[in-house]
Write a protein that binds this ligand. Sequence first.
Ligand SMILES: *[C@@H]1O[C@H](CO)[C@@H](O)[C@H](O)[C@H]1NC(C)=O
Ligand SMILES: *[C@@H]1O[C@H](CO)[C@@H](O)[C@H](O)[C@H]1NC(C)=O
Ligand SMILES: *[C@@H]1O[C@H](CO)[C@@H](O)[C@H](O)[C@H]1NC(C)=O
Ligand SMILES: *[C@@H]1O[C@H](CO)[C@@H](O)[C@H](O)[C@H]1NC(C)=O
Ligand SMILES: *[C@@H]1O[C@H](CO)[C@@H](O)[C@H](O)[C@H]1NC(C)=O
Ligand SMILES: *[C@@H]1O[C@H](CO)[C@@H](O)[C@H](O)[C@H]1NC(C)=O
Length: 937
Amino acid sequence: MHLLSFILLAVVSLVSVTYVNGLAVMSVDLGSESMKIGIVSPGVPMEIVLNKESKRKTPAVVSFRDNVRTFGEDAQTIGIRFPKNSYSYLIDLLAKEINHPVVKLYQSRFPYYKIVEDTQRGTILFQHDEDTFYSPEELIAQLLSRAKEFAEHSAQQPIKECVLTVPGYFNQAERKALLQAAQLANLKVLQLINDYTAVALNYGIFRIKDFNETTQYVMFYDMGASSTSATIVSYQTIKTKERGYLETHPQLSIIGVGYDRTLGGLEIQLRLRDYLAKKFNEMKKTSNDVFKNPRAMAKLFKEAGRLKNVLSANTDHFAQIEGLLDDIDFKLRVTREELEEICQDLFDRVGAPVEQALKMAGLSTEVLNQVVLFGAGTRVPKVQEKLQKIAGQELAKNINTDEAATMGAVYKAADLSTGFQVKKFITKDGVIFPIQVIFERESEGAIKQVKRILFGLMNPYPQKKIITFNKHTHDFTFNVNYAEFDHLPQNEILNLGALNLTVISLEGVADAINKNKGDNIESKGIKAHFSLDESGVLKLINVELVVEKTVPPEAEKEEEEGPFSKLGSTISKLFTGETEPEKPVHETPEEKPEEAAEAPEEKEPVEKPVNETTKKNETATPPKNATEKESAKDAKPKVVTLKEPIKAAEKILYIDKLNKKQLDESYKKLEKLTTIDRELNRRATALNNLESFVIDAQNKLYEDEFTQAATEEEIEKIRTACSTISDWLYEDGSDADADTYESKLNDLRLLTRDLYGRVFEHRERPEALNALRSMLNGSNHFLESAKNLTKSTNPEKDIFTDVEIEMLQKVINETQDWMDKMVEDQEKIKKSEPVKLTVKLISEKMAMLDREVKYLVNKLKIWKPKKTEKPKEDKNKTTDTGKEEQKASEGSGEKAEGEDKEKVEETVENPEVETEDDDDDDSVKTDDTSDDSHTEL
Ligand SMILES: *[C@@H]1O[C@H](CO)[C@@H](O)[C@H](O)[C@H]1NC(C)=O
Ligand SMILES: *[C@@H]1O[C@H](CO)[C@@H](O)[C@H](O)[C@H]1NC(C)=O
Ligand SMILES: *[C@@H]1O[C@H](CO)[C@@H](O)[C@H](O)[C@H]1NC(C)=O
Ligand SMILES: *[C@@H]1O[C@H](CO)[C@@H](O)[C@H](O)[C@H]1NC(C)=O
Ligand SMILES: *[C@@H]1O[C@H](CO)[C@@H](O)[C@H](O)[C@H]1NC(C)=O
Ligand SMILES: *[C@@H]1O[C@H](CO)[C@@H](O)[C@H](O)[C@H]1NC(C)=O
């Protein structure tokens, strides 16, 4: 039923996300060329956020010019005129050394940037001017911050959480750098999701019905701007038993990945750019070299982009640029064949990622159920032709591919946030860069280097792993490195940068071992716990010595008081139910395999996470359940597992994150830019407000309504002020600051306030008087009915006292007189004189009359007939009489206003009913007090 409703939802809204009670969450598919933003917000299923030009994607460009920061298309425009002021294709520059091949490639593609080394981190910085530098993290943070603004604007609420896509080939350093960029943008990243995994998830959620126990294989081929990847994904349904019953869920697993980090649409466009430039130079219309002119090259680059797209559909097209260089126009016919020729070596690289992915998955093309093309690059006919040959089947191109990663990522965001419920789709990513542990061990007097794979190729993740060191009795260090990459081409290995990840140094090993010696104690080794989390980030969780102690049943108590806690479930409690059970990796010396001893660990239940506080407390007092289990088997000696934490220091060998100080500096830098933006906005708004006010005032001074309400002199004064400001705005005032505009506007407001106020009064007065008249009319009607409900006129229903009737009569008469007099007075004076009868005075009179009438109406409603036969009030009858009262009030209270207030008043006044009923003779007294409180108000 649940499933069915989800599927129905999916059919209706094309997505199976249900809103529960949360805040909106977003996704950003930050590519090197453009970014797309997805959102899930209350009441709105997954959708793409439009930017301020109402487009579904925004160029990932930020530019700075004359203190003005621009993004997207505006920034691109700046980039054509001032290429070095405009930053793009940034994502791949994260966490790179200045000599990294990718940086060198970037520098050769866009030679006009000044790229310098950040000597502290060894990374790169763009030198913007004399003393302004931007790191890739800072530039990307600004893009993400912009994305956040778009999403917030769309959701009409603040957004804090997001899922970001990341190229699957991003290493540890790059992933962490992107996370920090998000942090600088004040975004909490719920997860980094590999772009191809997001695409695969999006593909899956729209085809849930197509999956069954039989595995289906789909290959996604994605040629984007900067890079290309091929991914093989298996889909099937699996049965899980979680809440005590069997459930079937769809599952996808990434089983093979191949990629080419520098093959993509950008390279094709650059080749075309350079081709056009070469042709222009060959025309010899000027002695200047077009290659040396950044602005001309930027124009050519833009034109090459257009040409590339047109040539995907047409066999030839003219490239055309006016005034390319030295006012010389450029026009050239380019054929698709020419394009294919200059890009031939690129097209030859199309197949390699596919072969890589198939090899990794251990599959051949025949088993692929579908080959799906993604990314703008795959629209190039030659790319499709090559792919079709390799895949040996029709390619699926009809799927809306551009936004698949964004949508997959936002589905994940909805899944991970607390506010939304989505249909479960188990997603298993695969390790493409295996990680190993390397350590030294003494064996027969010789030191031997030992390597153990921690996360092997295509290991599913998120996952936790444990490595056990059995032979170490003293402090030692071990390395965590990338393992051998037989599956990657040499250039991609170079692109990965540092292959050694961390060095971990342990301290206090000997102490821990000595503290746990004894005949009944057996060491299970030193265990280091690692996790590869959802974002693909490797973490060392903790290191501990684990021993098993054999305790006779009687000794149990003593044991519990000991310095150790039971292993119990403490370790596994660190991990959530979502993740896989830990799989120990053993340092298994050839001589002494230890599988058996380690077996129990694998069986440990995976439990809910426990926070630090709770964890510590558990260490102090062993869990009760362990005790129970032991006493159940009290006949036998019990084996208790104990753990002792070992201090572990981790040294990062790859490019590390920004430290606290650097992070703070970046924050400040970005904050300053935001402040400038905000100031500019404020100034623009203030200028606009002032201009509009002046124009509006000038127009008004020609309207009768205004001229009648003003003296000649007054009009002249305002007119002069307006034209003075208007002239000023076109001259000196054109570059004034926000404060000046605001203060001028304020002066003008003061000057026009009296006139505008009078116009308002004259305009609104008739309506206000009508309202007062109709209220008087209603009150008179009510008074007439009320007169028939006094002791003298109606002994059976004497609701009102004579005093009350008189009082109402008095208020009505006074109001009527006041109104007549005031209207007369007002008519005597000129419209340009200060107003006597204001709308405010009229509303005050109305409020007073209203209070008086309401009081009586209410009394009518709560009135109950006296029970002369029964001296004692029967509580059970309260409801019956209540109904009668209701009728009575409906009958005579029709004209009373403020229906919606009745409920509130009734609940307040009900207790008074009882006191009144209890003592009838006191009613006068009650009335008197009421009169006081009402009439005086
Ligand atoms: C699973 O679905 C495929 C087609 O989608 C079908 O050919 C196959 O028979 C199905 N297998 C089972 C066990 O239902
Ligand atoms: C990487 O780690 C290995 C194993 O610890 C070591 O032999 C090698 O020298 C290290 N390489 C670098 C560049 O640090
Ligand atoms: C950790 O547990 C303590 C005690 O149960 C609780 O007060 C605290 O809020 C928890 N902290 C977190 C981060 O959950
Ligand atoms: C942990 O222990 C401290 C001190 O014994 C106590 O104040 C605290 O409430 C305990 N927390 C939990 C979660 O039991
Ligand atoms: C102890 O374990 C049993 C199952 O072995 C479980 O039903 C029970 O809830 C546990 N009690 C505590 C206090 O954890
Ligand atoms: C008041 O009572 C008199 C006499 O009983 C009757 O003629 C008159 O219509 C009543 N007026 C109203 C408003 O009910």
